[in-house]
Design a protein around this ligand. Structure first.
Ligand SMILES: [Zn+2]
Length: 249
């Protein structure tokens, strides 16, 4: 269980690392390209002679100075991330509502599943049903810690005005379903934590994989897989409650 202080600290670390600083909405690839391009312009301004080099360096410095204010304006985190403990307390103590969809089945539900420090059992059952194996048509108990991670991610970005439902691309998987995915060439581990109800593949519309994955990783609750994909819907993030590890798939 991540503490409130840890969470805020991690959230701030995330901001400092520039993950939250990249615009939350938009194409991740495009943002990365912009940053990479700007960086390479400065780096490629190599001096051809000492004097010219000096001038060029000055020009590069000026260019950097020109871009710095714009960048820092863009990188400025919303003030509430540095807000007092009071807001932080409120974040963790408020009732937890998960707004989820299952694109595979077309279901959508907004479920209040945690209140006054307790998981609401009927809501938990409903969430487990939503996280079921849609292909194998089987429901299994889901690790409650996983809901904490999913809720934390959704509630955190909601503070930035991103209130899209959390898309559950895959939750629980029967061993048979998991094997079929592997046979079909879909990235899935043989001993997948999806089989034990400890993993979910998730996406939040318009939120890039880097930010969502970085945020989930900051919870330090388990494994995080970054699945980058081009295309209008982008990739997804695998989150589980197993060992802490990160990978790109
Ligand atoms: Zn997964």
């Amino acid at each position: 269980m991540v503490t409130r202080r840890d969470f805020l600290h991690q959230g701030m670390g995330l901001t400092a690392a520039g993950l939250l600083a990249t615009p939350l909405i938009g194409c991740a690839a495009r943002n990365t390209h912009t940053v990479a391009a700007a960086g390479s312009i400065v780096h490629t301004a190599k001096p051809s002679s000492h004097t010219a080099g000096h001038a060029k360096n000055k020009a590069a410095a000026a260019a950097a100075a020109d871009t710095a204010p714009a960048a820092s304006t863009e990188l400025e985190p919303p003030p509430d991330i540095f807000d007092a403990q009071a807001l932080d307390l409120e974040f963790w103590l408020k009732p937890r509502v998960l707004d989820v969809t299952r694109p595979a089945s077309g279901e959508r539900a907004k479920i209040l599943y945690w209140k006054d420090g307790q998981v609401i059992d009927s809501a938990y059952q409903e969430l487990c049903h939503l996280m079921r194996d849609v292909n194998g048509k089987e429901t299994a108990p889901i690790d409650p810690k996983l809901f904490e991670t999913l809720w934390g991610a959704q509630a955190f970005v909601a503070r930035y005005g991103i209130e899209h439902p959390l898309e559950i691309l895959s939750g629980y998987r029967t061993p048979t379903s998991n094997r079929r995915l592997i046979e079909a060439g879909v990235p899935a581990a043989r001993q997948s934590l999806h089989i034990s109800g400890q993993a979910a593949d998730i996406r939040i519309a318009n939120l890039n994989e880097e930010v969502l994955g970085g945020l989930v990783r900051s919870f330090r609750q388990g494994g995080v897989g970054f699945y980058y994909r081009s295309g209008p819907r982008g990739g997804w993030i695998h989150a589980d409650t197993g060992l802490k590890r990160t990978w790109k798939g």
